[in-house]
Design a protein. Structure first.
Length: 80
């Protein structure tokens, strides 16, 4: 997670590898640090919608990752 993110952090915000690294970081944080994971995954979703809105699969994957992060019972209302 962090190693992947640090590798691509210096690239432009529009770089696909940087975006993918952000998604990997969010996924890696999901189990141990869900609040931080949610922030990262929401940022990844926002970037996906802004720069790659033409790629429906990419946006759908980013949306799914946010929903999965919110799927804990105490956060169920937020998934709707």
């Amino acid at each position: 997670g962090w190693a992947c993110w640090k590798t691509y952090l210096g690239r432009p915000v529009t770089d696909m590898h940087r975006s993918q690294a952000m998604g990997v970081l969010g996924e890696s944080l999901r189990g141990s640090r869900p609040e931080e994971a949610l922030q990262v995954l929401e940022a990844h979703l926002a970037l996906s919608r802004r720069y790659w809105s033409h790629d429906e699969n990419l946006v759908l994957i980013a949306q799914t990752n946010v929903a999965v992060c919110l799927s804990s019972p105490e956060r169920l209302d937020e998934t709707l």
